[in-house]
Design a protein around this ligand. Structure first.
Ligand code: NAG
Ligand code: NAG
Ligand code: NAG
Ligand code: NAG
Length: 573
């Protein structure tokens, strides 16, 4: 959809547009959302783009000022919605002259700046619109807060790593909405899980196209979006409804852009053999437009990194279980990834010599597990102190599936003597001063051994049933340790993620056996020959944690602790 073909008259049109706008003052803002440990990679990225700007013979018609900005100092740099106030605030990065904003990640690649400018030049920067590679859900999924559509498959959301292009008009409307009307704008959750989907829903729920249907009326360009007439996307919308087309006309959804692609030309090597071709990949075959923006596999060895040989024997696996699941779940782990995880221990409320499991001495609670998890970390540290050669601890659930070879390879590229905290990053209340990032438990949480020591010394639970993974994240953020996101780790099942995302980065974990065959999931996505395939390769430069600001045990502020108790039920699904 939305394919614009060049017609003979386009140059004339461009020429006229150019005269009207006097060819000056228009800006393109390119934002790179960059994890701190990839800072070097991001600077190279920026220099590369500047080089293209000079050498690429950009036609004078495309005379934009291009500003490139690397965002990696903010804890919420990874969600555009929460970073918006910053763009308008002190930095003044976004202003009335900004025609286009391109939101990228450190693994986005601009294959041709010239090609990109050609594409932008054909489009109306005054329209409330955004463009990207459209991803679709195959079913309602927890990672999208079970977006409550009768049919969730029609709703497009952008693949962030491929790059997303916004008109200045849309982004200025968003900024205004987030800044002034925040309490009234519809947010579905306090949790940031998939920033791309949450952004797409926020736009869908809160902004309506300008009245004339094509472009916004205000020429000043600020705040031209009308508020939507409060149609919540929670209403059940289905493709089969007669009003579906009507509804879409009153909404802003992502426009699929064929010049923005999920990968260069061929899909990443690891997946070629085994995966069904995605809709996107087939669509690409017949595509006339080349991919000027695309994603690269995360952590693809762009810069030379010092990686050390690491195997499953360097990793201590602490597996959280309870008596109820000894017979049901432990055998599944034993049949799948356990043989690669020599240093594994099952921690349970009940010690069972037949498996064996180790008792934590604490009763099981239905949710949260904070006390149990801290007890597990203490017991694990005792074990590790008596073993030689353990560099990492990975904490998982009894329904987590892993590829230990891929995990080992990834960890080998991080410096295990530093404080390293890896996992699938979620955010809680990132728009607020008390917000924080944390790694979600089911996907697996990795701590370097020095960091494990620090956690045991410094972190505590507000209550026994507080959500363990969130408390850990909160504590580590307070200690100045960054939550480093590993996109190959997954809190949910393969069917809960868009195929392109699974294809881009060879998966390391999945979680939950619900409506799946775990053995099948393991074989197809994590095990077999694929388990060894070269894949997720960290370019992480080791970073030092900020100096500790506090002494003694960290305590969660009471109010936040209470809020977390209330939200625990959302977390344990
Ligand atoms: C938010 O909504 C309330 C009640 O609907 C209204 O009174 C108030 O003016 C709105 N605030 C803004 C900033 O729009
Ligand atoms: C969304 O729909 C569900 C089920 O129909 C309902 O329970 C819930 O209250 C609704 N949420 C909002 C925000 O309207
Ligand atoms: C790991 O970090 C330590 C301490 O910061 C440093 O001394 C060491 O050289 C680093 N090792 C590698 C392989 O970079
Ligand atoms: C994985 O790699 C190891 C060491 O490189 C090798 O011994 C093993 O046979 C490989 N396994 C598979 C399934 O390819």
């Amino acid at each position: 959809m939305h394919k614009m073909q060049l017609r003979p008259s386009w140059q004339i049109l461009l020429f006229l547009t150019c005269l009207v706008r006097l060819c000056n003052g228009s800006e393109i803002l390119l934002l790179i959302s960059c994890p701190r440990q990839a800072a070097e990679q991001c600077r190279t990225w920026r220099d590369n783009l500047r080089q293209q700007q000079i050498s690429d013979k950009i036609p004078r018609d495309y005379d934009y000022a291009i500003k490139v900005h690397i965002m990696h100092e903010l804890f919420n740099y990874w969600t555009l919605l929460d970073a918006l106030p910053y763009l308008r605030g002190q930095t003044r990065l976004l202003n009335a002259n900004t025609d286009w904003i391109i939101w990228c990640q450190h693994n986005t690649h601009v294959a041709s700046l010239r090609g990109l400018l050609e594409q932008l030049h054909q489009r109306d920067a005054q329209e409330l619109a955004y463009y990207g590679h459209a991803l679709y859900d195959t079913e309602a999924t927890i990672v999208h807060h079970f977006a409550n559509y009768k049919d969730p498959t029609w709703f497009p959301y952008p693949m962030l790593s491929a790059g997303v292009v916004f008109t200045g008009a849309l982004l200025r409307s968003l900024v205004e909405l987030v800044a002034l009307n925040a309490p009234n704008a519809t947010r579905h959750s306090e949790f940031a899980i998939d920033a791309a989907h949450e952004l797409a829903r926020f736009i869908f729920d809160n902004i309506a196209p300008a009245d004339d249907g094509s472009s916004s009326s205000s020429s000043s360009g600020s705040g031209s979006g009308s508020r939507s007439n409060n149609v919540d996307s929670n209403i059940s919308i289905s493709k089969d409804d007669n009003d579906f087309v009507d509804m879409l006309q009153r909404k802003i959804i992502l426009k699929s852009a064929d010049y923005i692609c999920p990968w260069a030309r061929v899909s990443p090597a690891w997946s070629l053999a085994s995966l069904e071709t995605t809709a996107a990949a087939t669509a690409k075959e017949s595509k006339p437009v080349s991919c000027v923006l695309h994603a690269k596999p995360e952590m693809a060895a762009g810069s030379a990194v010092h990686c050390v040989h690491t195997t499953g024997a360097h990793i201590y696996f602490a597996i959280k279980t309870c008596a109820k699941f000894h017979k049901e779940r432990i055998p599944i782990i034993e049949r799948t990834w356990a043989p690669d995880a020599i240093r594994r221990k099952y921690y349970s409320d009940v010690a069972d010599d037949g498996i064996p499991t180790t008792g934590t001495g604490l009763p099981n609670v239905p949710t949260g597990h904070c006390a149990k998890t801290l007890a597990i970390l203490q017991l694990s540290l005792k074990d590790i102190n008596e073993l030689t050669d353990i560099r990492w601890l990975m904490l998982v659930d009894d329904d987590t599936l892993l590829s230990v070879p891929r995990l080992s390879k990834l960890l080998g590229c991080y410096n295990h003597t530093n404080n390293i905290y890896l996992g699938e990053r979620y955010g809680y209340r990132l728009y607020a001063p008390d917000g924080f990032n944390y790694h979600t438990g089911g996907a697996g949480i990795v701590l370097s051994v020095p960091l494990l020591r620090l956690v045991v010394q410094r972190c505590s639970c507000p209550t026994a049933s507080a959500p363990d993974d969130m408390i850990l994240g909160y504590c580590l953020q307070a200690l100045g340790v960054t939550a480093t996101h590993v996109p190959a780790l997954h809190q949910a099942r393969p069917q809960d993620y868009a195929p392109e995302l699974l294809q881009l980065n060879a998966p390391i974990s999945f979680h939950k056996y619900w409506h799946t065959s775990p053995e099948h999931t393991y074989k197809r996505w994590l095990g077999g020959a694929l388990g060894n395939a070269s894949s997720a390769h960290a370019t992480a430069k080791d970073r030092r944690a900020a100096p500790l600001a506090l002494n003694g045990l960290l305590q969660l502020p009471n109010q936040l602790a209470a809020g977390l108790e209330g939200s625990a039920k959302h977390l344990d699904l």
